[in-house]
Every structure is written in C-alpha cells, then in structure tokens.
Design a protein around this ligand. Structure first.
Ligand code: ADP
Length: 438
C-alpha cells in the first residue's frame, strides 16, 4: 500500500469513527471531523515511521537475510523492493569479482616466479607460494608487515631503500641460493615485487668461466714450455745430443696439449649427444680385448693387470655405445696404472648385480684418495695432486668423461678409496643395458 493511500485510509477511518461517536452528523465545522482526520494522519505517520525504521534495521544487518514480509507490502514497500534488487545485483557483482580475483590469484600462484604485492609504504599485502618459499614468508603471519623488516638481507635493504628499480638486484637470502629481485611501482605508489631463482644460472655461468680459465691454464703451461724450448733452440748453438733432448721434451709437451684437446673434444661430444633410447648390443669380451690392447700401450711393462670375470659374465652383451664404455673403462685402468707403484697389481673385476645389472670394477693398490676429495673427483680438471697428474700425462678430464658416459647409459660411477689402501672405481650398468646368459 502506498503512503498516500495509507494516509487517506487512516484519516477517513479516524474522521468516520469520531463523527459517528459525536452523533452530530457531517459538517465541515464539526470539530470531531477534524480531530478524526488529525488522529488518522498521526496513526498513518507512526506506521510509516515504524516501517522505515525496520527497513533501516534490515539494511544495517551484517549478514543479509531475506526482506521481511511486512516490509514487502508496507508503506516503504516500493523503496524496500528497489533496495533489495539493487543489493542483490551488487551481491552478484561482488561474487563475480571475487571469483575473478580468485582465478587471477590462482594463476599467479602457479607462476614459477615469486610475486609479492606491497602497499605504498612497503607492507606485504599478498604473496604467492614461490615468493613465500624464496623469502621464508608466511602470508597469514606476515601480512601488513614491512617487507624490509622480514627480508633482512643487506643487498635487498639497499635495493629497497636506494635502488634503481629499473634494474633487478641479485641477493643471497640464504647460502647457496641466489635470487634476482625487482620492484615495479604501480597505482598510487604500490609496488609489485618479482623474484626469480637464478642459482642454477649463476652456477652455470661460474662453471663456464672456471672452465675457460682452466682450459686456458692447461694449454698455456705446455705452450710456455714449448715456447721456451723454441727460443733456446733458436738462440743457442747446441750439440746434436742436446737438441735431441730438447726436441724430446717439446714432443712431450705437444703430446700433452694433444691429449687435452682429444679429451676436451670427447667430453663436448658426449655432453652434446642426447640420451639414446636404445643402442645396439656389443660383446663385453671383445671390448675387453680392445681395452687390453690400449692398456698395453700406456702401461708399464711391470704393471700386473688381472681380469676376473664372474663365469656368467663371459658372454655378456651390453646395450650401449661401445666406444664410450671402452673409453670409460680405459680411463679407469689408465688412472690405476698412473697412480699406483710400478709393482702394485691392478684387477678388473666383472660381476653381475643383484638387480640384473653389471659392475666393472678397477681395483688398485695405489696410494688411495682422502675422503674429502672423493665427491669432487669427477669435476672437470679436479686433481688430488696436480703436479703428479700432469707429470703422469693426466689431463684432469678422465673421470669427468667416465661420469658422463655412465650418465648417458643410465649407470653410475662408484668410487671407494682410503689412503694407504688403494682405490676401487666401479662402473655400474643398469639391468636394461645388460644381457647376461643364464
Ligand atoms: P687425471 O687426468 O688427472 O688423471 P682424472 O679425472 O682421471 O684426471 O682423475 C682426477 C684425479 O683423481 C687425478 O688427478 C688423481 O688425483 C685422482 N685419481 C684418479 N684415479 C686415481 C687412482 N686410481 N688412484 C689415486 N688417485 C686417483
């Protein structure tokens, strides 16, 4: 019912009741008529005010309930229904916006990069799980905290306070982790902080620098020696015997460079080849014959090499690249000869593994290696005793080649060694690379 209809109805009822009670009949001068009209208007006004108060109360509720039935039909009905429709539309819009925001945040959550939203005064408003992991943040605990109080790294503090945000900063929030961090300003001074884990990239760059420095060093040393001999030969009048001695030393140095280049090429070829899913089979026995021939060339005549192969391994076939496995085994045998005393025996032991694989162990009774060197032996150019290795014709790349060959074949290189007790280097080939007759 509209407000006007209510007012008219109640006024008419009031006037009618008082006119009837007075018994004087209708005249415009009858005070009962006016008192009735006045009472009716007052009642209409009270009812109206009551409805509006109820509407205000309903609007003030924290949790929205259905519009009460009395408001749907009362004097404030039109306004109430209009307000209800507006609120319903707004609720729908809010829900849609929330869903959109949730989707947007879910997309940022899966980003491999860290994302932190900061207020204009650098307080944390939101961060994704990658950023939480990068900086050790917990969103529930750290929200509204100053980011500078939580990330205490000095490089980050410097960047936050005085940095050039057009560039990223490299920080080390904890040891062995390097992050590239960049701040971007947006709407009203707020900031978006992005972080990227660059540990692997930085390590690769460092390895590349070290590798170039190592190769240059390895090549420069024999080159310097060669240069010195050439100058000596040019400037001095030497006897034929002396000349021969110098030429022999020069040949030794150029051989060293050649070995180095050969090993470098072998390594780069191995590293650039993708893992073959299936390789042709080759006979282990025939490969061992080739290895023996190669070892003959480098071993001292007095080095004692025995091959002990488990009976069923005699006719084993390997699935892989024969030249690579032969080269890995030759490198191990060459090292055993190089680093053991002349009369110390060397054994090549071939055994099957419980899981069907095959192990090829080179066991020597040389000086052994201190435990702290073992994890680094397969690094390129890592040597326990650089002088001894060079003197013995080593390039520092042998075990790096062995490890790469094993990785390419899904196998591994195991090293056991103890000072004074010799060393055992084992190539372990997985079952899917071995066919052993039963
Ligand atoms: P290198 O060409 O110098 O022998 P490797 O990569 O083959 O390079 O070996 C790395 C280092 O490991 C060697 O310099 C040597 O110090 C140590 N090493 C390798 N094999 C043996 C071994 N059988 N006995 C003792 N030390 C060894």
């Amino acid at each position: 019912m509209s407000r006007l209809a209510l007012w008219l109805a109640l006024s008419a009822v009031g006037a009618g009741v008082l006119l009837w009670a007075s018994g004087d009949g209708f005249t415009w001068l009858n005070p009962a008529l006016w008192a009735g009209l006045w009472l009716g208007s007052g009642a209409a006004w009270l009812l109206d005010a009551h409805h509006w108060r109820r509407l205000r109360e309903w609007l003030g509720q924290n949790t929205r309930t259905e519009l009460p039935a009395s408001l749907e039909n009362g004097p404030a009905a039109a306004a109430s229904n209009r307000i209800r429709r507006l609120l319903q539309r707004r609720d729908r819009d809010v829900e849609a916006a929330k869903a959109q925001l949730a989707e947007f945040l879910a997309a940022i959550q899966v980003s491999p990069n860290g994302v932190v939203l900061l207020s204009a005064d650098a307080r944390i408003e939101w961060c994704n799980t990658t950023a939480a992991h990068h900086f050790g943040l917990q969103l529930e605990r750290d929200v509204a905290q100053l980011v500078g109080n939580l990330i205490r790294n000095p490089d980050f503090q410097e960047y936050l306070l005085h940095g050039d945000y057009a560039r990223e900063a490299i920080i080390e929030p904890r040891s062995a982790t390097r992050l590239a961090v960049q701040l971007h300003r947006y709407a009203h001074g707020r900031m978006l902080m992005l972080s990227r884990d660059v540990t692997a990239i930085e390590q690769a760059a460092q390895m590349r620098r070290d590798f170039v420095a190592n190769v240059s060093h390895e090549i420069r040393t024999p080159l310097t020696v060669l240069h010195g001999f050439i100058e000596t030969l040019q400037n001095l009048t030497l006897s034929a015997q002396e000349q021969q001695r110098y030429l022999a030393l020069m040949a030794q140095q150029s051989q060293r460079m050649q070995d180095l280049v050969t090993d470098l090429l072998a390594l780069s070829k191995l590293e650039s080849l993708p893992n073959a899913p299936f390789d042709p089979a080759f006979s282990l026995r025939e490969s061992l014959l080739k290895i023996e021939q190669q070892i003959q060339q480098i071993r001292r005549p007095d080095a004692i090499l025995t091959i002990n192969s488990a009976p069923n391994t005699q006719n084993a076939m390997l699935l892989g690249v024969e030249s690579e496995i032969v080269s890995a085994l030759t490198n191990l045998l060459t090292n055993a000869v190089r680093y053991s005393p002349p009369d110390a025996p060397i054994e090549l032991r071939i055994e099957t593994q419980a899981h069907g694989g095959l192990s090829l162990s080179v066991i020597d009774q040389g000086p052994g290696i201190e435990a702290h060197h073992l994890p680094r032996l397969t690094e390129r150019f890592y040597r326990v005793d650089a002088g001894r290795s060079r003197e013995a014709g080593g390039t520092g790349l042998g075990l790096a080649i062995v490890k790469t060959v094993m990785l390419r074949h899904g196998g591994q290189l195991q090293i056991d060694s103890a000072v004074g007790q010799g060393s055992c280097f084992t190539l372990v080939l997985p079952a899917n690379r071995v066919v052993v007759p039963q």
